[in-house]
Design a protein around this ligand. Structure first.
Ligand SMILES: Cc1cc2nc3c(=O)[nH]c(=O)nc-3n(C[C@H](O)[C@H](O)[C@H](O)COP(=O)(O)OP(=O)(O)OC[C@H]3O[C@@H](n4cnc5c(N)ncnc54)[C@H](O)[C@@H]3O)c2cc1C
Length: 516
């Protein structure tokens, strides 16, 4: 009789574990509290427009990238057109100067040198950026980069470390140049516009500069494109792969408790009181809800205590989406524009110092012909939303104000645009919590810092057998590739425990995915 795995959460991590579980002959049941699968990798439709709530770029869209194999096995990209953009983003500095973040790093460097005319030291720094981005490309294929060699004790350990250092020696200057935060990296430029440009290229507090290198090299290699259909298309494709493999998914099935007997996870209890037995329980849901809610805080290790009391979260976003009866081609507004206005913009009673505009007009599945979906995102502290949780009227009033203030601001960029609005939507940090349960609306779990970037968070608890955690709460700097890979790794681990060879494969070609 095949062993039974209960998977909590039907986001990309849970779906991936489900797919690989089925490929390896396990009985799998996913329990998802929402009515659709995908978790934060999602989109929603309004009056014929699709508003995407997640994806900017998907690492692994090119054939040579190691992640591509996982996306293929998950049936995520089959028959899907990939859009790689010449301009990844344009960045508007305070005062209005616009600099372009070209995907091609040589073009980016040439553009910055020409546009800013920086001093010699900055020019050299930019040249290093170009060579480091290309060097990083060698690591991209491996995703997760150069993993340190396993530590061995004594003289053998020393020799093994020396061998490891020798192997990665050509990367060392690159690691040194990008070893700090993005803010520290930006501060290394003398020209104020270059400092501002690099800060805005990755506008997240304390974010490692290495992430910029990763992002820029993925773009330079055309290895991180946009799959047509966006987040919703991607999630639906993997969901379909899971059900085609015979996997079971229960919707509106909120797990309240992980049932434990004699130190072993033996099933899940749902909020409706029903109990579902299992031989293994994998939680791919919010980490805090899993450990402190479903397991009542009884299985915390010192390491997990430390993580849950010290690691920073991503500040959540407010996303205002528009379906417009006008075409805004990406030659006019690129896929992404980041704007630091000279003075913060007042939105919904808050001051937004940084705004991001997404233009989806390049993807014909997002809007009817001749029309455009635009979204405006800004970071908004959780505290301001938390207090509205119990006050529906105040929440609705704040959302209405957010919409009207954002529209007023948009009018300053695109005069007359208000008359073209056909559909709107405001998604707040409370929306994220409501639909995905992610703590304080954090969209990617733990915010990485230089100190935590390569940290691995325990996925297993020594005192609780037959239980594991996967997904974006099990490492800082998560993202779609890492959580999809998590699903594969956990099933590989189970196969090894069960003494059987892990198998995987790709689904038969399917050409109709765009119409999903
Ligand atoms: C705005 C935004 C932009 C992003 N951009 C990118 C990008 O460009 N590239 C990239 O790679 N990544 C990006 N990410 C990150 C990426 O989408 C996430 O890291 C990834 O989708 C997380 O997947 P997950 O399965 O680990 O978690 P989730 O998606 O959070 O899934 C968890 C699931 O568990 C369910 N759940 C929670 N509690 C329970 C319960 N008690 N019972 C049953 N079900 C439960 C939830 O409903 C949810 O479906 C972005 C995310 C956001 C929000």
């Amino acid at each position: 009789m095949a062993r039974k795995i209960a998977i909590i959460g039907g986001g990309i991590a849970g779906l991936s574990a489900g797919c690989y579980g089925r490929m390896n002959g396990y009985q799998t049941e996913i329990f998802e509290m929402h009515t659709v699968a995908g978790g934060v990798c999602t989109g929603w439709t309004r009056k014929g427009f699709t508003f995407d709530g997640c994806l900017h770029f998907l690492v692994g869209t090119s054939p040579g990238n190691r992640m591509r194999r996982i996306w293929d096995e998950l049936g995520a990209l089959d028959g899907t057109r990939i859009h790689d953009h010449e301009v990844f983003c344009d960045i508007v500095l305070p005062g209005g100067r616009k600099l372009t973040q070209y995907s091609d790093v040589d073009r980016l460097v040439a553009h910055l040198k020409e546009a800013v005319a920086p001093p010699a030291r900055d020019r050299k720094r930019l040249d290093h950026l170009a060579s480091d981005v290309k060097l990083w490309s060698g690591l991209n294929g491996r995703m997760g980069g150069a993993r340190p060699p396993a530590q061995k004790p004594g003289i053998r350990g020393l020799l093994s470390r020396m061998r490891g250092m020798w192997k990665i020696r050509r990367y060392l200057p690159m690691f040194r140049r990008h070893g700090g935060s993005i803010q520290q990296y930006a501060a290394g430029y003398r020209h104020p516009d270059l400092r501002a440009f690099f800060e805005l290229a990755l506008p997240i507090d304390g974010m490692p500069a290495m992430s910029l290198l990763m992002l820029a090299s993925v773009q330079n290699d055309k290895a991180g494109g946009w799959p047509e259909g966006g987040s919703l298309g991607l999630a639906r494709a993997i969901w379909r792969r899971y059900t085609d493999l015979g996997g079971v998914i229960h919707f509106s099935a909120k797990v309240q408790e992980i049932v434990v007997r004699d130190g072993k996870a033996v099933g899940v209890r749902l909020s409706d009181g029903t109990v579902h037995d299992a031989d293994e329980v994998i939680s791919a849901a919010d980490g805090r809800a899993t450990l402190f809610g479903m397991l009542s805080g009884r299985y915390m290790t010192p390491g997990l205590q430390e993580v849950y009391s010290t690691l920073p979260l991503y500040e959540p976003f407010v996303q205002v989406s528009y379906g417009l009866n006008r075409l805004i081609p990406i030659s006019e507004l690129p896929r992404l524009r980041t704007i630091r206005p000279s003075a913060p913009v007042e939105i919904g009673g808050e001051k937004a110092g940084l705004l991001m505009l997404n233009n989806y007009s390049f993807d014909p599945t997002m809007a009817p012909a001749g029309k455009t979906v635009l979204s405006v995102l800004y970071q908004s502290p959780w505290a301001g939303w938390e207090k509205l949780q119990e006050d529906k009227a105040a929440y609705a009033a704040r959302k209405a104000r957010v919409l009207s203030d954002t529209t007023t601001w948009l009018e300053t960029l695109f005069p007359g645009i208000a008359a073209d609005i056909e559909a709107t939507d405001v998604a707040t940090p409370l929306t994220t919590v409501h639909f995905t349960g992610n703590h304080k609306g954090s969209y990617e779990g733990w915010r990485p810092t230089v100190a935590t970037m390569r940290m691995k968070i325990e996925k297993r608890i020594p005192t609780l057998a037959h239980f594991a955690m996967i997904g974006q709460w099990t490492r800082p700097a998560a993202g779609l590739p890492t959580v999809a890979e998590d699903g594969r790794l956990i099933i590989q681990e189970l196969c090894a425990q069960d003494g059987k060879a892990f198998v995987s494969g790709t689904p038969p070609a399917r050409k109709d995915r765009g119409a999903a």
